[in-house]
Ligand binder design. Structure first.
Ligand code: GRF
Length: 206
């Protein structure tokens, strides 16, 4: 085993892979947080299902290994997910963070990573699952909105919550202004939630 791996296990840093589909601002927040010497996790790879995902360029500049596994290159979703799993195992990932990964993974893959796969969703789950969460929040007239980091289960946006952050809905908010406020909260919440899981302070018990 190379010296680097021995050092990581000696410092107990968890090895984290991040799955993205686009901009990758949450991935970037995790990468920046993981630069702190006392952060309990290290980012070991960024995988995208889209070759043109903007976030891949940032990961490459940071010298983080990247991979693309696109559905269109495989006969079906199950085969694509086997390929994704192979990349994650190749990176010796302990934890997988979905960060704007816009594809539902197959139950087999999700079960395999049960308790070790996290997602961030831009709403206070169980409110506003799926897409267009900011429009949904405004349509209900809610005074509060926010984001949730949760463990991933086979159902979309359904796993147990690890950490939520609330933000106010302000008079005159548009989906865009609300999304921007929630995104700031996301960037603070995801690194905290990942640290909780990496330290064993949050565990999947169901
Ligand atoms: C975020 O709002 C995240 O909560 C949602 O998709 C968006 C991804 O943004 N799942 P980014 O790619 O992290 O910038």
């Amino acid at each position: 085993m190379p010296a680097v791996r021995r050092f990581e296990s000696a410092t107990n840093k968890k090895r984290v892979a991040i799955l993205i589909s686009g901009r990758g601002s949450n991935m970037r927040a995790l990468v920046e947080a993981a630069k702190a010497p006392d952060y309990p996790a290290k980012i070991v790879g960024v995988l995208s299902n889209k070759a043109d995902a903007e976030g891949l360029a940032f990961a490459a500049v940071e010298a983080i290994p990247t991979a693309v596994r696109s559905l269109r290159d495989y006969p079906d979703k199950a085969a694509a997910d086997v390929a994704i799993d192979a990349v994650l195992r190749g990176w010796h990932a302990d934890i997988v963070c979905l960060a704007g990964f816009m594809r539902l993974l197959s139950p087999g893959l999700v079960d395999r990573w049960r308790g070790r796969m996290l997602n961030i969703h831009p709403s206070l789950l169980p409110l506003h699952k799926g897409l267009h969460t900011h429009e949904q929040a405004l349509a209900t007239g809610a005074a509060e909105h926010g984001c949730t980091v949760h463990f991933v289960t086979p159902g979309m946006d359904e796993g147990p919550s690890i950490l939520q952050t609330r933000v106010p809905v302000l008079p005159g908010d548009t989906p865009e202004s609300l999304a921007a406020r929630v995104l700031v909260a996301e960037h603070a919440t995801y690194p905290r939630a990942l640290a909780m899981v990496a330290r064993g302070e949050a565990r999947f018990e169901r």
